[in-house]
Write a protein that binds this ligand. Structure first.
Ligand SMILES: Cc1ncc(COP(=O)(O)O)c(C=O)c1O
Length: 375
């Protein structure tokens, strides 16, 4: 049963499913045309129905950021995951439960002490653990320097352990989010690919087979010139995009698929502003593209049809979003109770604030899809 947008309570999280399908098709085509496997990251949406759309025509393999995501998606039939945060021993019992119930979960490490710990846990539980070496291709968050002593020691530790299999090498070029131009992002994309291919070649020529070379972020996958030498890509954000990605040039604003429906709850003629009921716990406090667009605020204010009003959410408190409105005619129109849509800076963080999407098709709500949060 469909219902009009106006009937939703606020704040609500709207998902334009037509845009989701279009975004998914483009990334799917990139993977197929480049001859690489697509293992999309579900951290962006945490939603089973979106994962089904984004894996159509692919193996159904997924990347996850929490074990709770893996547990929830496994309960809905997905059975091949990479848990893309370095593993710590205390999390292994939940991973082992998943493995013994038939769910494949690849793990990550970048620490030379971990192979022995993983081996001990695997042998005690009677399972084998598939483990990637996380490589730093320039983001400097996690990962080893390719070719460093720690990198080789960790790979050898994994390869020598009977309870642990070397799954390959994996990186995420998160520094692409700080690129100042499309050329710079394209350079980061080439480096992400080339650093990993060179490292894989080095390991192989040293006699270590590298089953999978895995890379991927949305800015690099939308700017990369080719993917030769790569086996797998793991983009996530592309399925929704957001104001940050549009400003970076990963997409157009017309590709952004989620917006927060909010109501004007206060209007001040003397201060020329309105307050909406979407604050930081609806939009998130991510400043997104502020390095490229100093006036981006915390989101772009759209009308109910999704058209730009030119307004920005300038400041946030927990449940309040403040919007400066200089134009008197616009201020007259933004009466208390008026509904607007806000295109936030970072869709992954915005979606993680809600427990479901109101799924929108042709300006009506056609469904309600659950968001599986948790750690
Ligand atoms: C390890 C890892 N892989 C892949 C991704 C997907 O990146 P994006 O959302 O830019 O596509 C992320 C995102 O943070 C990540 O941390």
């Amino acid at each position: 049963m469909t219902k009009p947008l106006e009937e939703l309570s606020t704040p609500s999280l709207l998902m334009d499913v037509t845009r989701v399908r279009r975004n998914a098709e483009r990334m799917s085509a990139l993977a197929i045309d480049s001859g690489v496997s697509l293992r999309p990251h579900i951290k962006t949406h945490k939603c089973v129905e979106v994962a089904r759309i984004s894996t159509e025509g692919h193996s159904g393999a997924l990347t996850a950021s929490t074990i709770a995501e893996i547990e929830a998606f496994a309960a809905h039939g997905f059975d091949d995951f990479t848990y893309a945060v370095p593993i710590v021993p205390a999390k292994l019992p939940r991973i082992i439960r998943l493995l013994t119930s038939g769910t494949k979960v690849n793990l990550l490490t970048d620490d030379p002490d971990m192979p022995a710990e993983l081996d001990k846990a695997a042998r005690t539980a009677g399972v084998e653990l598939d483990v990637f070496l996380e490589v730093d291709c320039g983001y400097h968050r996690c990962g080893v320097e390719p070719g460093s002593k720690e990198a080789l020691q960790t790979v050898r530790g994994i390869s020598d352990a009977s309870g642990v299999n070397f799954a390959g090498i994996l990186t995420h070029a998160g520094h692409s989010y700080h690129g100042k131009s499309e050329e710079e992002i394209a350079g980061i994309a080439r480096a992400e690919r080339d650093v990993m291919c060179e490292f894989a070649d080095g390991l192989r020529s040293g006699g270590i087979p590298v089953p999978v070379v895995s890379i991927g972020s949305t800015p690099t996958m939308t700017h990369v010139d080719h993917l030769e030498g790569i086996d797998e890509i793991r983009p996530g954000n592309y399925v929704f995009f957001d104001a940050f990605q549009a400003t970076l040039g990963s997409c157009g604003f017309e590709d952004c698929a989620i917006t927060v429906l909010a109501s004007v709850v206060h209007r001040s003629f003397s201060n020329k502003k309105v307050i909406v009921d979407a604050g930081s716990i609806a939009l998130s406090k991510d400043r997104g593209p502020v390095g490229l667009d100093g006036g981006c605020g915390y989101g772009r204010v759209l009308d109910l049809a999704g058209e730009e009003t030119g307004l920005r959410v300038g400041s946030l408190s927990q449940e309040h979003g403040e919007i400066e409105v200089e134009d008197q005619d616009l201020l007259d129109k933004l009466k208390v109770g008026t509904k607007v849509r806000i295109l936030a800076n970072h869709s992954c963080l915005t979606a993680a604030q809600f427990d479901h999407y109101d799924v929108m098709e042709a300006d009506s709500i056609v469904g309600r899809w659950e968001i599986h949060r948790g750690w």
